[in-house]
Design a protein around this ligand. Structure first.
Ligand code: NAP
Ligand code: SF4
Length: 677
């Protein structure tokens, strides 16, 4: 066992049961839990993480009744017939010595269905459905349903349940004045607002007995108007402990909060101090959560006594062997979650199966399988971006002999540009991961090598994978030689930029470039926590008195005047990720970036850029123009036919299709191709 992570790898004794280490795989809705016929896939997904060494796993949210559905016909446990598919999951996990809890989630007013209920009839800003206020009878029946659900979970072989009481779901709606405006015994002072949560826990405990884990996920900081103070949170936590909770888990912010809580720009372990504050007042073990993705961060939290366990969900999607690699001192081989949300939460919110951008096998364990190759081939991969690295790695893992050619002097491709954008520092980790795997698998890497077909033929490769990627689109603007006109790649590689800038193109990269240009040169990266809290208006006092832990946001004056533009007349940024786009839009708005849609670009002069906007021509007096107008494929090495001489050519990633290219497609393309070679 690695002594470096001794706190993380230490068992936890709960008296009636033991958990083999301090790593909790937090609840994450994959979409597989909603249909009984997907439970064998769900079992394989959890089994892989249990085999990888996780101590305690928690399923995605399962509703205790129909009113509690997050989505129509979502996963429910309220009849004996619901138990059977879950047994596949519990058996698969227990086979590897891990423990598993079923999370009980009643969505309340966050349900995407017309029968939603809540503490009060107040619609949430992120849901189209107005909830009905729950009657006394409805409340009592819901408590019974929670207890029945937990009893059925026990029958299904779970080691316990987690009661979802945070992130703005039903129980949180009762706990906070933000939604709870009742005058009866379930509303008013905190003693009344917590009654629903406490009665649920008491009812569950009475039904399941003492030797069954009850975890409660409690909002440590609501981050919404009229949310609870830390004193309220502590009072609730103590009452829940009294009522029979075994583990106190952390929830941070409501889904409707306008403070980011898990996106990549949130500093690592940003909210741990609030959990530590609650822990001071409890005897039961406490679990820390949010933006913990690497063993050093996790170990630090445990070693300093801020929590007893650490919860990660997305990092274990990214790497099911996270714990095993930590135990074996192979931390450099961890495929780190970059907190992009692109393939997990963004999928969930679009009602498609969650997976992971950096690990396309996540939730596809039975479908994307890397079998040992029957015939070992010599494979050339041309292009060392993420598509090429992904293909090279999987091909080598399967037993092929792989050579990776890269024209530049470093591997990483477009990720080398992304990693310098403020708040995207985690992208370094993906490059580090691929590089260590490439070294471990003894893939031959030839940097500074622009290979051609004849050379590849001479070297006798069996297959050639073309992963030559993209170049930024050059718009050839009329008069562009008269002013400083740069591509986004020039800017992110360090070209000098003036103080008044027009950014042409407002896709993901246009937004990234605008954020890059707003960063003062001396600002350290990643952004220090205190500065981030100040910018987003998060109360820095761990024992905050402010409602919901909110304070007045403070933003420094912008260092540049920036126009961000697109030709479409839709609002800017609507194509960005569902769970991340609002953060980027808010960030640019705070820094007074002028966002223009419905623009046409006329010409460039020494004075600036002439555009046509809202019916008339106007001059933007800028000194620099940055073009972020998409990309074009680089495929000069690809022959017209896939067979060239005795070699078979394959094309992947941006080289295959530049439009709407993203790293999710690039990495998956590489892995899927290499799984077939
Ligand atoms: P993109 O999202 O396709 O955006 C290209 C932008 O250029 C659009 O705003 C488009 O708007 C404009 N454009 C396209 N052709 C143009 C032309 N001929 N003249 C002038 N403007 C033109 O591509 P991207 O920003 O380059 O990003 C590449 C990929 O990386 C995308 O798939 C993106 O999702 C991904 N990415 C994502 C993030 C993220 O945060 N999630 C960040 C970076 C990159 P108009 O056509 O309306 O002018
Ligand atoms: Fe993490 Fe992105 Fe993978 Fe989600 S898709 S698990 S955020 S790396």
């Amino acid at each position: 066992m690695s002594r470096r992570y001794e706190h993380l790898l230490q068992p936890l004794d709960l008296g009636f049961t033991q958990i083999k280490n301090r790593v909790v795989m937090g609840s994450m809705h994959t979409g597989l839990e909603d249909r009984f016929y997907n439970y064998s896939k769900l079992a394989a997904y959890f089994a892989e993480r249990a085999k990888g060494g996780v101590g305690l796993l928690i399923t995605g949210g399962i509703a205790p009744n129909r009113q509690g559905w997050l989505l129509p016909a979502g996963g429910t446990m309220n009849m004996l017939g619901d138990v059977l598919p879950h047994r596949l999951v519990t058996r698969a996990v227990h086979r590897h010595g891990a423990k598993i809890l079923m999370q009980i989630l009643h969505a309340g007013r966050y349900g995407y269905q017309p029968f939603v209920v809540s503490a009060s009839a107040i619609k949430s800003p992120i849901s189209p459905f107005k909830p009905r206020k729950m009657s006394e009878r409805n409340i009592q029946q819901t408590i019974v349903d929670f207890a029945q659900c937990a009893a059925l979970a026990k029958a299904a072989g779970y080691d316990g349940v987690e009661v979802m009481g945070s992130e703005g779901y039903l129980i949180n709606q009762f706990l906070s004045r933000h939604v709870n405006q009742r005058q009866d015994q379930w509303g008013g002072e905190i003693q009344n607002r917590m009654r629903f949560a406490v009665e649920i826990v008491k009812a569950i405990r009475a039904k399941v007995g003492e030797k069954f884990i009850i975890s409660f996920r409690l909002s440590m900081i609501d981050l919404v108007k009229d949310g609870n103070s830390m004193q309220d949170v502590i009072a609730v936590a103590q009452a829940l402990e009294q009522a029979g909770v075994t583990l106190m888990n952390t929830g941070i912010g409501w889904h409707e909060a306008r403070v980011p809580t898990i996106v990549t720009s949130v500093p690592r372990a940003a909210f741990v101090e609030y959990t530590a504050e609650v822990k001071k007042h409890l005897r039961i073990p406490v679990i820390a959560s949010n933006r913990i993705n690497m063993p050093d961060t996790a170990e630090q939290i445990l070693a300093t006594g801020q929590a007893d366990m650490v919860q990660m969900a997305r990092p274990l999607l990214a790497d099911p062997e996270w714990v095993k690699k930590t135990e074996q001192g192979r931390v450099d081989e961890i495929n780190t979650c970059i907190a992009c949300n692109q393939a997990c939460l963004d999928h969930t919110f679009k009602n498609i199966r969650a997976t992971c951008l950096v690990n396309p096998r996540a939730a596809y364990e039975t479908e994307l399988v890397y079998r040992k190759a029957k015939q070992h081939k010599r494979i050339a991969v041309v292009g060392g971006g993420v598509a090429g690295m992904s293909a090279a790695m999987v091909a080598a893992e399967r037993g092929h002999q792989v050579t990776l050619f890269e024209a530049r002097d470093e591997l990483g491709g477009q990720f080398n540009l992304a990693k310098v954008v403020p708040g995207k520092e985690e992208f370094h980790q993906t490059i580090r991961y691929f590089k260590s795997k490439i070294a471990k698998l003894k893939i031959e890497v030839r940097l500074n090598t622009k290979i051609n077909r004849e050379q590849l033929q001479r070297e006798g490769f069996d297959d050639v994978v073309v992963a030559t990627g993209v170049v930024p689109r050059d718009l050839q603007l009329t008069g562009q030689a008269r002013l400083r006109v740069l591509s986004y790649a020039d800017v992110l590689r360090g070209a000098e930029v003036g103080k008044r800038v027009a950014v042409i193109g407002a896709g993901g990269i246009g937004f990234d470039v605008a954020e890059f240009l707003l960063k003062p040169e001396q600002q350290p990266q990643p952004q220090p926590l205190a500065q981030w809290q100040r910018e987003w208006g998060v109360d820095r006092n761990a024992h905050y008195d402010s409602a919901g832990g909110l304070s007045q946001p403070h933003v420094d004056a912008p260092i540049r005047e920036i126009y961000l533009m697109q030709r479409k007349d839709t609002p800017l940024g609507i194509g960005l990720g569902k769970t991340t786009g609002w953060v980027h839009r808010a960030q640019l708005k705070k820094h007074a970036v002028k966002m223009l849609s419905g623009v046409s670009y006329k010409q460039v002069t020494e004075e600036g850029l002439w555009i046509h906007h809202q019916g008339h021509d106007q001059l933007l007096r800028v000194d620099t123009i940055v073009v972020c107008a998409g990309q074009e494929s680089v495929r000069d090495i690809m022959p017209a036919e896939s067979q060239w001489g005795n070699q078979t050519y394959h094309i992947i990633g941006g080289a295959k299709l530049a439009a709407e290219l993203d790293a999710k497609r690039a990495i998956r393309d590489g892995a899927e191709l290499a799984a077939r070679l």
